[in-house]
Design a binder for this molecule. Structure first.
Ligand SMILES: *Cc1c(COP(=O)(O)O)cnc(C)c1O
Length: 383
């Protein structure tokens, strides 16, 4: 979809790269100096745009990037030919031969994966770094923590693989400190008993995602964190101990008023007439709908900001247009900016509220802003 650059934007996301940089510095400041910062930039950097986000994170001091798969790793390679990249997801058997080509670090959870990857690396005559993933209670990737030994030994015996890291992932770090502590304990026991001769000092040992930072153990063997959400200013924990990290929002979501008009009381609004005007009203028709990422679930529930005032969504959100009540606004005109997520003057509509109206969580919202929506990058520091 190409679009003449002189056409004004009807719906866009604004990404504040300076805020991203400030967030990274704030998170870093809470961590001991030896902690490596693995910037998680999967899913197009949580919908913010991979190349721009990764470039700014690298400039701001990220040590390593984590992506979900090889396609994402390939995109990242175009921006940073020599940046270290960890692929978090399992590679398909037929993907293994591309790992040397993209020079990525691969996550392994099974003996079969180790053997296939070693063969692929041997065929390419290139040594590959791997991170051994241990399942301590997430029930997703990783070797079960009581069965680590054979996978560990397979890596040590693989001629073309080098063990560069060991890690686990928390299932409930945002709401269950006790289970998270149990996962940490299982991980340490697995390293102790399942990995004889493990040279921890030369490895990255990591467990914490954004929510994990709440309960991070400064003492243990951990020397890296994997941060996604928090660098974008999204707090995974409701009553967070992370209040010490004043991360600020990076993302905002905006559209325009396309038409303002008056309608008499009793008029039904939008498909299905699920809202009927109770009074003579003025409505504004916004230039965005679910085709842009305003969820249909926000029908008759969500709000937007126009001229710094909250305006309720009336009736169903449609593919390209959304109707809001502007009866109580003295001035509003076609062309006005409507804020779906973000600030407008003193007023703010947080991503968490937008997401609540959509019956989802903020990080799913970010992945749901469609490709019709251009991402505009603000780069200045100190704004
Ligand atoms: C997504 C992901 C992270 C980052 O989690 P956040 O909660 O966004 O900080 C870390 N580790 C793994 C394995 C992940 O899949």
């Amino acid at each position: 979809m190409s679009r003449p650059s002189s056409l004004p934007h009807r719906c866009w996301a604004e990404i504040d790269l300076a805020a991203l940089e400030r967030n990274l510095h704030r998170i870093r400041a809470t961590l001991p100096p030896h902690m490596r910062y693995v910037a998680v930039v999967k899913a197009d950097a949580y919908g913010h745009g991979l190349p721009q986000i990764a470039a700014r994170l690298m400039h701001s001091g990220a040590d390593l990037f984590a992506v979900a798969n090889l396609a994402e790793a390939a995109s990242l390679r175009e921006v940073g030919p020599d940046w270290p990249i960890l692929v978090l997801g399992a590679l398909l058997p037929e993907e293994m031969r591309f790992a040397p080509e993209y020079d990525v670090t691969v996550t392994v959870s099974s003996v079969a994966e180790v053997e296939q990857l070693d063969r692929a690396a041997a065929a390419a005559r290139r040594h590959l770094d791997v991170h051994l993933k241990i399942d301590t209670g997430m029930g997703r990737l990783g070797v079960w923590h009581e069965e680590v030994g054979p996978v560990y030994l397979a890596i040590r015996h693989a001629a073309y693989l080098r063990l560069a890291g060991v890690f686990t992932h928390f299932s409930s770090s945002d709401d269950d400190a006790a289970f998270t502590a149990e996962q940490r304990r299982r991980f340490l026991v697995a390293l102790e008993t399942g990995c004889p001769g493990l040279a921890r000092d030369s490895l990255l040992v990591h467990a914490d995602n954004s929510a994990g930072l709440d309960t991070i153990e400064q003492a243990g063997p951990f020397n890296a964190v994997r941060v996604g959400l928090l660098q974008f200013g999204i707090r995974p924990v409701a009553n967070s101990l992370l209040s010490g990290v004043p991360a600020e929002p990076v993302f905002s979501f905006r559209a325009r008023v396309g038409l303002v008009k008056s309608l008499p009381a009793g008029t039904g609004i939008s498909y299905g007439r699920t809202h009927v005007l109770r009074r003579d009203s003025r409505v504004a028709v916004l230039t965005a709908g679910y085709g842009d990422g305003i969820p249909r679930a926000a029908s008759n529930r969500g709000q937007v900001l126009i001229r710094g005032r909250r305006c309720p969504i009336l009736g169903r959100v449609t593919m390209d247009q959304t109707i809001v009540d502007v009866t109580d606004l003295t001035e509003v005109a076609a062309g006005d900016e409507a804020v779906l997520v973000g600030r407008q003057g003193e007023a703010e509509l947080p991503l968490s509220e937008f997401s609540r109206h959509a019956d989802t969580i903020p990080w799913e919202t970010l992945c749901s802003v469609t490709k019709r929506v251009p991402r505009l990058y603000r780069t200045q520091l100190g704004v």
